[in-house]
Design a protein. Sequence first.
Length: 185
Amino acid sequence: MTTGIYTLDDFIADLDRITREETSADVITERAAPLLGRLVKNPGSIPAEYRRAPAGQRGRYMLHRAPRFSVTSVIWRPGDRAPAHNHETWGVIGVIDNEIEETRYRVTERGGGRATLDVLRVMRHKPGDVSRLVRGDEVHAMHNATGRDTAEIHVYGRDLAGLRRKTWADDGTEKPLVSPKYLNC
Ligand SMILES: [Fe+2]
């Protein structure tokens, strides 16, 4: 029987099926994006404790960890930022509450640990909006420019914990990025 409410379990089951049927990041994210949009439009689908930041730190919670994808919630406090970084996999990010500013970059490697970062676009995502990360367009920076917490769901094609990634300073200096825990953003 269908109740019309799309739950986290429904979303995980759909993602499980989609990632069995498809291998292309473009196709996976194209199919997953509207489902994530449906999920985040119903905040009650995510338990309240995973929509709150713990005192004094950014919130990050693993909601589902599977070989072909992971689902986490991320709570950005006012002023929280992540500088430009890559992911080494596909991703879909949906806003549950408030809004987030996302800047996408084109990275041109210059050698010697330096790169030129050109801003492709700056977006402000609102509740229900979904952002897709695919190869060739997946380097971004995030910023909560508002005065209250922003809650999001992040879905990636790999577990980002321990994955060797890259981040860039404003001047293009490259630094290694390895998430010790669920820094899944
Ligand atoms: Fe990210």
